[in-house]
Design a protein around this ligand. Structure first.
Ligand SMILES: Nc1nc2c(ncn2[C@@H]2O[C@H](COP(=O)(O)OP(=O)(O)OP(=O)(O)O)[C@@H](O)[C@H]2O)c(=O)[nH]1
Ligand SMILES: [Zn+2]
Length: 180
């Protein structure tokens, strides 16, 4: 990756020997590895057995989980928040693990729709919940810094599984709670 960054910097017309740039390929490679660390994570390690038996059948919502991802078309960031809900069916997931699952998929090359679906399906699979809902709102640098150059638009995506898909009032409750 370091060698690849050397080529990119040179292709931009820069001088790799100038002091400010000498260590840049190494730094950039390290940064890119961090931004794509989700590829190295394993779901079992992320969950770390933090699944607990519970009789609760009430909706659990984790709101405003900030996320930093990278669009797979331009390798530019998209930045936003995820709102996640599920209705337990015998077990609940450790609170932080929901944010960790968001990160595991966000720290990859993504499109927002796919990211939203992957988070929802993973939480469904792990918790065997009655349903899972995920909404992501994000701003895409590829639309802001370049291309169409729109600074104020944001993208909203959702994935509704199980009871959130089948039951209008459950879905409405979730949507009104995240909009408050
Ligand atoms: N659906 C979706 N599209 C995305 C996402 N991130 C970036 N894009 C879009 O991917 C598309 C790629 O379009 P292309 O025409 O191949 O690329 P481009 O010439 O760079 O497009 P412009 O951005 O319009 O300049 C653009 O419309 C982007 O806005 C995403 O998360 N979801
Ligand atoms: Zn893009």
């Amino acid at each position: 990756m370091e060698e690849a960054y050397k080529k990119i910097i040179e292709a931009c017309g820069e001088d790799l020997t100038r002091p400010g740039l000498v260590d840049t390929p190494k730094r950039a490679a390290k940064a890119m590895q961090f931004l794509t660390r989700g590829y190295e994570q394993k779901l079992d390690e992320v969950i770390n057995n933090a699944l607990f038996p519970s009789d609760s059948r009430e909706m659990v919502i984790v709101k405003d989980i900030e996320l930093y991802s990278m669009c797979e078309h331009h390798l530019l960031p998209f930045i936003g928040r995820a709102h996640v809900a599920y209705i337990p069916n015998g077990k609940v997931l450790g609170l932080s693990k929901i944010a960790r699952i968001v990160d595991m998929y966000a720290r990859r090359m993504q499109i927002q729709e796919q990211l939203t679906t992957e988070i929802a399906e993973t939480i469904q699979q792990v918790t065997e919940a009655e349903g899972v809902a995920v909404v992501i709102e994000a701003k895409h640098m590829c639309m802001m810094m370049r291309g169409v150059e729109k600074q104020n638009s944001s993208m909203k995506t959702s994935s509704m599984l199980g009871i959130f898909r089948d039951n209008q009032s459950t879905r409405s409750e979730f949507l009104s709670l995240i909009n408050n």
